[in-house]
Design a protein around this ligand. Structure first.
Ligand code: SF4
Ligand code: SF4
Length: 69
C-alpha cells in the first residue's frame, strides 16, 4: 500500500449496468468481475489510461484523485 497516493477509481453502482466493458478494456486487469460488476481489486497496477472511464457507456466510472501530493 502506498499511503501517499490519493488516487482512486470510483464505480457508481447505480449507473453501472454490468456490461463488463470496463473490465474488458482495462489493459492492466485492475478490475475483477462480480457478476459483471467491476470491482477494483488491483489498483496498484492502474496506469491511469482512463480507458475504463472513456469506454463506459453509462459514465459510471471516474478515474481520479490527485497525483501530486
Ligand atoms: S485507468 Fe486504465 S489501467 Fe486504470 S483501471 Fe482504468 S482502464 Fe485500467
Ligand atoms: S463499462 Fe460502465 S456500465 Fe459497463 S460494467 Fe463497467 S462501469 Fe458498469
Amino acid at each position: 500500500m502506498m499511503a501517499e497516493k490519493t488516487f482512486s477509481i470510483h464505480v457508481n453502482d447505480r449507473a453501472c449496468k454490468r456490461c463488463g466493458i470496463c473490465i474488458a478494456f482495462c489493459p492492466k486487469k485492475v478490475f475483477s468481475s462480480e457478476n459483471g460488476k467491476p470491482v477494483v481489486t488491483n489498483l496498484e497496477a492502474c496506469i491511469k489510461c482512463k480507458l475504463c472511464e472513456l469506454r463506459c457507456p453509462d459514465y459510471a466510472i471516474v478515474v481520479g484523485g490527485e497525483e501530486n501530493e
